[in-house]
Every structure is written in structure tokens, then in C-alpha cells.
Design a protein around this ligand. Structure first.
Ligand SMILES: [Zn+2]
Ligand SMILES: [Zn+2]
Length: 361
């Protein structure tokens, strides 16, 4: 099968024919239908974050199950499925508490006796997040995949597995915002737009979208933001405080930069909660005013993939989409065929686009 491989970083994806192993007892082999391009993929291509190479990136994928291992019960051949990087064991203390993203057996679930993917020369090729969606087929653990109803088109379904679940999940599981709350969202890419939609679904009264790109702001206003701040033109913390005197109840950082995390904390009202979704590099230590933590009881927390419970979250999100209450069509700015995946990555790098979806023939 054909795969787009990252052999060196920074670099570009290279097409190669790979062998894919047969499904182990708890594995599922999937024919890929669509894969969304995520900034996490871009971070690895551009070497902002490092991973072991060669690797097939891509994790926000959808497809149709081709075959399943002998012990698989979650899905069956022919099922339409969405992948999620949150492989969970179901038995550790985190899984029992519903905190699947913290599963302590996460890496063991992805390991297998022999490589899932190999080059024609016999060299092992890794799969990002145990998925590897930039390929015609994927081999994943059954606890990395969930069935979606056939009524959800597979190109739009792909977004559910990362951008949507991260953004909506951060509202549902991490921040748990109450109806009537005031919310600010920094960064209106695929994740930020999903936070905005999650806040709308949760009944937030005010949702302030913050970005430096007017196209992203316009899109945020279309999916539920009630006000906006163009941070290229105005200092965002002051602007939020002008719109919402005293600050907001909840802020979300969906970019992954030190300065925007600090802004998210600064724009909170006393008792407010800032939730960080972006991947801030470790060499960028945060500076926050510690006295605000105790005198104002502000909180700063992280949310990995929206602290999701994807086996139940994704069917709910799919139903909200079918009902017209969750916007997915609007989230896709560009579609490219698999052969042109590097064009899609370049568009994501350039900015001003939300999701770019790669479609397989
Ligand atoms: Zn992602
Ligand atoms: Zn676990």
C-alpha cells in the first residue's frame, strides 16, 4: 500500500510502497477514507517537535474496516470508523476513573511483536500515535477506533478524532463550563473553532474569538462566537477586559505558544479557569503572576486531546452533526487528494486555513 513517509525532519513527505502486517488479535485493519491535517503533524514535519523517523504521520483519520483480529469486539468489517490517538487499556486507575488520555498502559497498547509497517527493503516504519493515517491503510488497536453512523460523510467524520474532540472535549471534560458563562478562545484553527462550538453547545453566554487572521475570526463568528478580537491590531487581554469587565470565566489557549498561555491566564476573572490545549515547547517556560493563583483563585490547567472519552464522545458528536448542531462542513477550508498531501501541509503552514482534509480515492 502507498504511504506518505517522513524520513527526515525538517523535510517533506515522500511516497513509498509499504507492507502492512495482518491484524493481531486485538487489531483492526482499515482502508483510509480521509485524514485531517493537524498542526501536530506539521510540528513533526517542521521538527518543532521530534519523533523517531521514519514515520507515517497522520492521526485524524476515518475509514472503513477491512479486517479485524480474532478477539476484536469493538468493530466489524465494513464499519465506518474514526481513529483517536487515545488508546486506552480500560483497566488502569485512570481508565477506571474515565481519564482515558492518561491511561498508564498507553504505550504498551501500541507496541507489537513485529513492526506494523515495513519498507520493501525490510526497514520498520513507525505510525504516529499508533495510527499512521497518511497511508492507504491503517493497522490500529481496537481501543483506538470507534464506529460512526454511516450517515456522517467520512471526510467530515475524520475531524471528529482530533480537532473536534480536543476542542469540544476541553469544554465538556476539562473546563466543564456552566450555562451563561463568559468564554475567550485564543486561536481559531480547527481546535479553537471546536472549543467555540463546545462553548455554544454548553450554553455559554459570551464567546470571544481571538486570532491574528481575520479569515479565522470570520469563521469563528459563523460557528458561534459572539464577539471577536483581532490580536494583530489590539492587545488581546485589554480587549477582552473591555468586552467583559473583570475578565472571563473561562479561557482556552489553542495555539501552543508561551505568550498566548500567559494571556489566557491574565484575561481571567477571579475564580476563572484557563485551559491549555496547544503544545508549548518545553524550552518556553511560562511566566504567570503567582499571587493571582491564590488571591484570585485562578486556575491554569492542561487538557490532552480534550481529556476525551472518545468511544462515547464521538458518537455524540456525530449525532450533533447530523442534527445540524455541530458544524463540520464549515471547518474544512481545503480538500486535497492523497497525492497532493504536501500541498495541503504547505497550506496549513502558511496559515489562514482551518482544517485541510486529505481524501483517498
Ligand atoms: Zn491532532
Ligand atoms: Zn488504562
Amino acid at each position: 500500500m502507498k504511504a506518505a513517509i517522513l524520513n527526515a525532519a525538517p523535510g517533506r513527505l515522500e511516497f513509498e510502497e509499504l507492507d502492512i502486517d495482518v491484524a493481531g488479535p486485538r487489531e483492526v485493519r482499515i482502508r483510509t477514507a480521509a485524514v485531517g491535517l493537524c498542526h501536530t503533524d506539521l510540528h513533526y514535519v517542521d521538527a518543532l517537535w521530534r519523533t523517531e523517523l521514519p514515520e507515517v504521520l497522520g492521526h485524524e483519520a476515518s475509514g472503513i474496516v477491512e479486517s479485524v483480529g480474532s478477539d476484536v469486539t469493538a468493530v466489524a468489517p465494513g464499519d465506518h470508523v474514526v481513529t483517536c490517538m487515545t488508546a486506552f487499556c480500560g483497566r488502569c486507575r485512570y481508565c477506571i476513573a474515565g481519564r482515558l488520555t492518561l491511561c498508564s498502559n498507553h504505550s504498551r497498547l501500541r507496541s507489537r511483536p513485529q513492526p506494523a509497517l515495513t519498507t520493501k527493503a525490510g526497514r520498520a516504519v513507525g505510525r504516529m500515535g499508533g495510527i499512521g493515517g497518511f497511508a492507504e491503510q491503517m493497522l490500529v488497536h481496537e481501543n483506538s477506533v470507534v464506529r460512526v453512523d454511516d450517515s456522517v460523510p467520512l471526510d467530515r467524520a475524520s475531524l471528529l478524532g482530533c480537532a473536534t474532540i480536543t476542542g469540544v472535549g476541553a469544554v465538556w471534560h476539562s473546563a466543564r463550563i456552566e450555562p451563561g458563562s463568559s468564554v475567550a478562545v485564543i486561536g481559531c484553527g480547527g481546535v479553537g473553532l471546536s472549543v467555540i462550538q463546545g462553548a455554544r453547545l454548553a450554553g455559554a453566554a459570551r464567546i470571544i474569538a481571538i486570532d491574528v487572521d481575520q479569515r479565522s475570526i470570520d469563521q469563528a463568528l459563523r460557528v458561534g462566537a459572539t464577539a471577536s478580537v483581532n490580536a494583530a491590531e489590539i492587545e488581546p487581554v485589554d480587549a477582552v477586559r473591555a468586552l467583559c469587565p473583570g475578565g472571563v470565566d473561562y479561557s482556552f489557549e489553542a495555539i501552543g505558544r508561551r505568550v498566548t498561555v500567559e494571556q489566557a491566564f491574565s484575561m481571567l476573572a477571579p475564580g476563572g479557569v484557563a485551559t491549555v490545549l496547544g503544545m508549548v515547547p518545553d524550552d518556553e517556560p511560562l511566566r504567570i503572576t503567582a499571587s493571582e493563583l491564590f488571591f484570585q483563585e485562578k486556575r491554569l490547567q492542561g487538557s490532552l486531546l480534550g481529556s476525551n472519552q472518545f468511544p462515547t464522545d464521538i458518537p455524540r458528536l456525530a449525532e450533533l452533526y447530523v442534527q445540524g448542531r455541530l458544524e463540520l462542513d464549515e471547518m474544512i477550508s481545503l480538500r486535497v487528494p492523497f497525492d497532493e498531501i504536501n500541498t495541503g501541509i504547505a497550506a496549513l503552514r502558511e496559515g489562514g486555513v482551518n482544517r485541510v482534509v486529505v481524501e483517498f480515492a
